[in-house]
Write a protein of this length. Structure first.
Length: 577
């Protein structure tokens, strides 16, 4: 580990690895994996697991695999394989030569299952799924042995081979491990290893009519790949005894000269708390439901906690990896405030995003003493945090747009923006003073401001040293481009929609203002060349990125996050109420 890494406290998984390395348990090797099921898009919770598993391997000079757990052909699609691979690469992990599939091991898994049958450790069961649940017992009552548990080895071998060959209908038979129906750990009560399933597999085609259950496949996949530390989320803690039992059962009787061959690798399963993030849901089922019911536009909707959605919204790989590192690795489940994620992206974009000026609610300003027909180019800083970003040229002319909220006809005492008779600075431009207000005679709405400017203040500084407290952003009316701004916000109105206690459905708490479309915005002209994914800070407004829907004819920008946490004030008001 580097000096910087040694200075921070080790998490409990790193402590385990440190001990393993000192004792030579794995010969100094660290090999991890991320094993997604290709039945949906990855979300921020998966990002935590990816960063943890792959980060451990990088830290200790080891290796990592992206292994698709494609053991359930009914729910799996190549679309998900492609999206998952793209997300992992986008996060910054090189997996091109380490992309593996559980289906590649189906033959080996089957052979190991046959071995357990021959050892008297597995049997073919004819109980239906409902009967199997009844025989299993409860958390307080032991289960009962299946009436098929004592079939002899030859009959089990014959039946299992015929299951593989497709002789039996779906659900008619299973292969079960023979463990202990009275075990206090319900996972050890003769769990199902294989089920009959006539389904087309996205990679194996129609070769198989039996498919392995995850608990059986998991340890074998890890073993074949030589995984040293099998890091998974906390819900698998009660499955660890089964993970160990399967490998121990395969290794029983193995060794030099054994008919079974050498012992196989027994990887070490370690559990950590999964990421729960406020104001969203993380269940694949619920995310799929939001997509299918049209509450969002798709898996990559920028309101979704999916990695593809966050990428489209303008999040950076660095910000997500930093966030995952900062929240740490725990042994107990907890919910992380989404404000921490938003703070991390602000922090990153503040350093990297180019600045630009955009007016979301335009109010026209006419500078009466600026020569008609004249225009000039002014220097504007691209990023004050990064001198190497340089400057850009923005056009200035007689007619401008400012934010409507930056003017008040009758302002309160500490209003430091524009008002009648008051002087303010236009960013990178001049000092201006409001001299008149033009209103719509029918509605009384302010439609235009008349101002004067001081030519001596070009660049925003006064040669006579006078100070102004207000600085406004603006765009030239003649040169501004029209754009659609999609103002995204939190998807839900409550911090924990996954755990509502009033009997309501989680969808009842969707935020009706999670997307507000602004088609009035006026932007500085340089933004017309922005490519999809380009990120900007619209000064005094927020961070935005160019959406893939953009075209030269219609620029579309997504709000990534505001400059400040507006929800902190909302939540504080709610507590007071």
């Amino acid at each position: 580990m580097s000096d910087a890494e040694e200075k921070r406290s080790l998490n409990f998984i790193e402590e385990i690895i440190e001990v393993d390395n000192r004792t030579g348990k794995w010969g100094g090797k660290v090999c991890t994996r991320f094993p997604p099921e290709p039945n949906g898009y990855l979300h921020i919770g998966h990002a935590k697991s990816i960063c943890l598993n792959f980060g451990l391997a990088e830290t200790y000079g080891g290796s990592y695999n992206l292994r698709f757990d494609d053991t359930n052909p009914v729910k799996e699609e190549d679309e998900y394989v492609r999206s998952i691979t793209e997300d992992v690469r986008w996060l910054g992990y090189d997996v091109d030569d380490r992309i593996l599939f559980a289906s590649d091991y189906f033959g080996q898994m089957y052979d190991y299952a046959v071995e357990l049958i021959r050892k008297g450790r597995a049997f073919v069961c004819d109980l239906t799924a409902e009967q199997t649940r009844e025989y299993r017992g409860t958390l307080t009552e032991p289960g009962r042995n299946s009436p098929y548990r004592d079939r002899d080895v030859e009959e089990n071998l014959d039946l299992f081979a015929r299951m593989r060959d497709g002789e039996f209908p779906d659900g008619s038979k299973t292969l079960r491990a023979k463990i202990d129906m009275a075990s206090p750990n319900i996972n050890l009560r003769d769990p199902v290893m294989y089920r009959v399933l006539h389904a087309h597999h996205h990679r194996a085609g129609d070769k198989w009519c039996v498919y392995p259950m995850y608990d059986w496949a998991h340890g074998i996949e890890d073993s074949i790949e030589g995984i040293t530390h099998s890091v998974c989320t906390l819900e698998f803690e009660n499955h660890r005894p089964l993970y160990d039992w399967f490998i121990d059962a395969i290794n029983e009787g193995r060794g030099p000269g054994s008919e079974w061959g050498d012992k196989i690798v027994h990887s070490q399963q370690i559990e950590f708390a999964r990421l729960r993030l406020g104001y969203t849901v993380m269940s694949k089922r619920k995310l799929l439901e939001l997509v299918q019911t049209g509450h969002v536009s798709g898996w990559d909707d920028p309101r979704m906690p999916t990695i593809s959605g966050m990428r489209r919204r303008g999040f950076t790989p660095t910000s997500i990896r930093t966030f995952c590192d900062r929240i740490g690795v725990a042994k107990f489940n907890s919910t992380i405030d989404i404000a921490k994620l938003e703070h991390t992206i602000r922090e990153d974009l503040n350093k990297t995003a180019l600045r630009a000026m955009a007016v979301l609610d335009p109010l026209k300003v006419v500078i009466e003493n600026y020569p008609e027909g004249e225009e000039e180019m002014l220097d504007a800083v691209n990023n004050p945090e990064d001198a190497s970003a340089g400057t850009r040229q923005v056009p200035f002319a007689r007619e401008l747009y400012i934010e409507r909220a930056d003017f008040m006809e009758d302002p309160p005492r500490k209003f430091f923006r524009l008002s009648p008779g008051k002087e303010v600075r236009l960013r990178y431009a001049y000092f201006v003073t409001c001299t008149d207000v033009v209103k719509d005679p029918a509605t009384g709405e302010i439609v235009e401001l008349r101002c004067t400017y001081d030519p001596a203040t070009r660049g925003g500084d006064s040669p006579d040293g006078r100070k102004v407290k207000g600085t406004l952003h603006w765009v030239s009316a003649k040169h501004a481009i029209d754009a659609e701004l999609r103002l995204y916000d939190r998807l839900f109105t409550i911090p924990d929609p996954d755990r509502v206690k009033d009997g309501s459905d989680y969808k009842d708490h969707l935020n009706p203002e999670s997307l507000v479309v602004n088609a009035r915005a006026k932007l500085e002209p340089g933004l017309a060349s922005g490519v999809a994914g380009a990120r900007y800070q619209f000064e005094r407004v927020g961070y935005f990125c160019v959406d893939p829907d953009s075209s030269p004819e219609k620029m579309v920008f997504n709000r990534t996050v505001g400059l400040r946490d507006s929800w902190a004030k909302i939540e504080q008001k709610g507590k007071k109420a």
